[in-house]
Ligand binder design. Structure first.
Ligand code: ATP
Ligand code: MG
Length: 402
């Protein structure tokens, strides 16, 4: 007898009434994507719970895949038995054996929705609890703060036993809030912004601006690696790499130095907005944080934002750098972000950009240059591809060794 399934408890989606079906469907899809290299595992999204039937797969490996998936409140590896008291006793001992530790305590928490089972809730607690106590002489009962809570759920389909309650990532399943384009640099902030948007169910596609030969292949790879890390949280991420050299060179030649940065950002936003339209996204996400650098004053944001009416979501706008770094470390993007490769913006940025650019002036400077064909060309030559989840990549590489 061994763990044959994982029971997933839904997060906030339980309260979503009418949209519940869509939420469950999306979550099931995301779970399937995360374990698509384990075809033996079957996923069943029921109204109250989701079940993963393992068919021999290793529950610990799946555990790691489930932890980052948004929309999961908690989950537990479980054993299913027939509606038979002796079977339940056996399963309880198997389960507890795995969790033995010094000074351990436990309690049985039984639930019974199937009324024809021979024992009622109290009966289950006493009979199974007594049997477990006999099997482990060092084990004691603690009903208030047990080390192990042995949950026994009696349903029509069978009895489900579980003891490990693993906290999920919370949030909403990625995809239930629609799609948006994430402006993904190689920095610390934008991956965190992407992660936070994903947490609220946004399906994120990454847009990265690349200016060879001023920026290296490594800088681009860094953005791809960041996207791969993000894909742990929401399935494979689609990525768009925009060739930005010509526009940056034109800006450098034609635009006064003090507003180069503002104009550059406006061009990036215009291009991102066109890609968004093509991909049918609903919003744009960036990693701007108020007051962090010259481009991130309210005056700057106003001048940059003026090129589009599309909603711009700035998940980290009010966070301190330290708060952003803390999240970056938690989500495994920090070490990638601090790799020292030049970003396309840093190269052309003058030492002292205007912190309070005036929109009229910016528009006037831009009016002397025909940016439109350059923008069209950049959009047309954008390279689009899907970045596979880094977890699956690791697994494939490992398999290649044999
Ligand atoms: P980050 O840490 O995300 O790079 P930052 O603090 O360096 O942010 P800026 O360089 O001013 O801030 O960039 C502000 C935002 O503009 C970024 O968070 C990102 O969303 C977007 N951005 C900047 N550079 C690029 C790029 N090369 N490709 C795509 N988006 C970019
Ligand atoms: Mg940056």
């Amino acid at each position: 007898m061994e763990f044959d399934r994982i029971v997933i408890r839904y997060g906030e989606l339980s309260t979503k009434g009418r949209n519940r079906k869509q939420f469950i469907k999306t979550l099931a899809h995301n779970v399937k994507t995360a374990i698509s290299d384990m075809p033996e595992v079957k996923v069943y999204g029921e109204r109250d719970r989701m079940y993963l039937i393992l068919n021999g797969a290793d529950p610990t490996a799946i555990e790691a895949r489930l932890r980052p998936i948004f929309g999961i409140q908690s989950f537990s590896p479980a054993i299913r038995t027939e509606l038979d008291v002796e079977e339940v006793k056996k399963a309880a001992v198997v389960l507890m054996t795995e969790l033995q530790e010094p000074n351990w305590t436990f309690k049985v928490a039984a639930r019974r929705s199937y009324r024809d089972f021979p024992l009622d809730t109290n009966g289950i607690n006493q009979t199974i609890g007594g049997h477990v106590l006999n099997a482990f002489p060092d084990l004691k009962v603690d009903v208030k703060q047990p080390v192990v809570k042995l949950t026994i759920d009696v349903r029509k389909e069978g009895v489900f036993l579980s003891a490990k309650h693993i906290l999920g990532a919370g949030g909403l399943p990625v995809g239930t809030s629609g799609k948006a384009m994430l402006m993904l640099s190689g920095g610390i902030d934008s991956p965190v912004a992407g992660y936070l948007a994903m947490k609220r169910g946004v399906d994120v596609e990454a847009v990265h601006f690349h200016s060879p030969p001023y920026t290296s292949e490594k800088a681009k790879q860094k953005a791809v690696d960041l996207a791969a890390t993000l894909s742990k949280y929401g399935g494979d991420v689609r990525m768009h790499v925009v060739p930005f050299t010509e526009i940056q060179e034109t800006i450098k030649q034609q635009i006064p130095e003090s507003v180069i940065m503002t104009v550059t950002r406006r061009m990036m936003l215009r291009i991102t907005d066109q890609i968004r339209q093509k991909e049918q996204g609903l919003a744009i996400i960036n990693g701007e944080s108020l007051g962090q650098v010259a481009s991130q004053t309210l005056e700057s944001m106003t001048a940059i934002n003026a090129v589009t009416a599309t909603p711009i979501i700035r998940p980290v706008v009010t966070m301190d750098k330290n708060e952003i770094i803390q999240i970056a470390k938690q989500i495994d993007t920090y070490d990638l972000s601090v790799q020292p490769f030049e970003d396309c913006c840093t190269i052309f940025t003058p030492p002292s950009p205007k912190t309070k650019p005036k929109l009229e002036k910016i528009e006037r400077y831009e009016s002397f240059v025909d940016f439109e064909p350059l923008i069209q060309k950049a959009v047309e030559e954008t390279e689009s591809f899907v970045v596979e989840s880094s977890q699956k990549q690791a697994k494939t590489e490992f398999a290649d060794l044999f």
